[in-house]
Write a new protein. Structure first.
Length: 367
């Protein structure tokens, strides 16, 4: 049996029932007050029976962190009970519950609430149709944001989560601090690669210190990243190799790449066909495990991805369509590629899938 279907023990001794991870996918399905909805609890619980680890959708750490409508929140103590329900829905099935912590920065959609203010490292508009020019964060406000991540982590820890993932990918705030496109600061948080990583360093230091304060070495800390940006200037593979090298020496449990295909090569240099993960593994060796993602569906995909050096694999679209995805893999049965009520998805997400899958993408259909 492929190692991805077997138990896996992280370096601090936490054992997962398998190496497959439910990828963090936006559900757009919170209650109106941004607490976790009953439909979301059903969605996560059904997948927790299958996966060794479940990473939630991005969870806003403060009011001005919210990036889109009906995004779950952990911004203050009012959300502690909601977080307890979510953690329990996952952990009672033997899966490790990881809360993905998030701030949208300049990628936040305008008009989400009254007097919304969109902020970022520098007043540079994102290359998106909906984007507005953000206000540059004051230095004191940057430390306030680090405080909000720390407070959200404490709520997660006390609510019963097994860990947190810091969302440093997909052009959101953590990535904005590291990117030469969005960070033009000339203070301690801007400049060359090393200085642009200051925010990330300080944030991780704070989260690790909180874990140590609670004497919870079993509390998992992960970091998600995107390896390139299309903007010029923007994050390059060399920037990312510097980033992952630095991360590999920190007291975290995994890093999680965000790419469209597990074998993806550079999108900035079309002549460079070497998979990005090959370069990353060459740089970090075995100092920290990497979670892979991107069009992983079949056992053949899993075997190929495993051979590239990923230690865990996150499953996205296939896990949305098929709540019994892992069971079908183990039994050698075809995975289900039809979205229906049996997919146990929140209604708002199901409606969005109608438009996303209207062309029968990758053989998926929807009723």
């Amino acid at each position: 049996m492929n190692k991805m279907l077997l138990e896996y023990t992280l370096k601090k001794g936490v054992t997962l029932k398998n190496r497959l991870v439910l990828a963090p996918m936006t559900t757009y399905s919170s209650n109106e007050d941004l607490t976790v909805s009953d439909e979301e609890l059903i969605y996560y619980n059904s997948r927790a029976k299958q996966f060794g680890m479940v990473i939630t959708a991005a969870c806003a750490v403060s009011k001005n962190a919210q990036a889109f409508n009906r995004q779950i929140s952990v911004r203050d103590e009012r959300y502690k009970e909601s977080m307890k329900q979510l953690a329990n829905a996952i952990t009672k099935e033997g899966s490790k519950a990881i809360l993905q912590l998030h701030h949208g920065g300049r990628m936040n959609q305008p008009g989400l609430y009254h007097n919304q203010e969109i902020v970022a490292p520098s007043p540079i508009k994102a290359n998106r149709d909906y984007a507005v020019t953000p206000r540059e964060l004051k230095t004191s406000e940057i430390y306030d944001i680090i405080d909000s991540f720390e407070h959200a982590t404490e709520i997660a820890l006390k609510a019963g989560f097994d860990g947190v993932e810091l969302h440093g990918a997909n052009t959101y705030l953590l990535q904005q601090f590291y990117s030469p496109h969005s960070n033009h600061r000339d203070d301690e948080f801007g400049g060359n690669r090393a200085k642009r990583m200051t925010f990330i360093n300080k944030l991780i230091e704070r989260i690790v210190a909180l874990r140590d304060k609670h004497n919870r070495q079993d509390f998992i800390i992960g970091y998600r990243f995107s390896p390139e940006e299309v903007e010029d200037p923007g994050i390059t593979i060399q920037d990312t190799l510097f980033l992952v090298d630095e991360l590999s020496y920190k007291d975290i449990d995994y890093i999680h790449i965000s790419i469209g295909h597990y074998e993806q090569s550079s999108m900035r240099d079309k002549d460079d066909t070497l998979p990005i993960i090959t370069k990353i593994i060459e740089r970090i060796k075995d100092r920290v495990p990497v979670i892979g993602v991107g069009k992983i569906e079949t056992m053949n995909d899993i075997e190929n991805a495993s051979a590239l050096g990923y230690e865990m694999l996150a499953i996205g679209l296939a896990a949305l369509a098929d709540p019994l995805y892992v069971e079908h893999l183990i039994k050698g049965e075809p995975i289900h590629k039809e979205f229906s009520k049996e997919s146990l998805l929140p209604a708002p997400l199901y409606e969005r899938l109608h438009s996303w899958l209207r062309n029968g993408e990758r053989g998926y259909t929807i009723k």
